[in-house]
Design a binder for this molecule. Structure first.
Ligand SMILES: [Zn+2]
Length: 71
């Protein structure tokens, strides 16, 4: 049963396929601390559910912003 919903695209999907921004703990840069603050500004917390596609989008988007912020 598809009982989970992505906060971004609002698609329904299986509970086991939930992604959260917590997975960004495992990337080296930007730091997780930076990521949490970045998503906080977008109104996203560590407990919001997303599908794989949207979390990938956020990953790229945040990395881009982080690179820009270094200039
Ligand atoms: Zn989504």
């Amino acid at each position: 049963m598809k009982n989970a919903q992505c906060k971004k695209c609002l698609n329904k999907f299986h509970q086991k396929d939930i992604y959260t921004i917590q997975q960004f703990q495992y990337r080296k840069l930007p730091s997780y601390e930076w990521s949490v603050k970045y998503f906080e500004k977008l109104g996203i917390t560590e407990w919001d559910s997303f599908c794989e596609a949207c979390v990938t989008d956020y990953s790229k988007e945040s990395e881009k912003k982080w690179n820009e912020s270094k200039i």
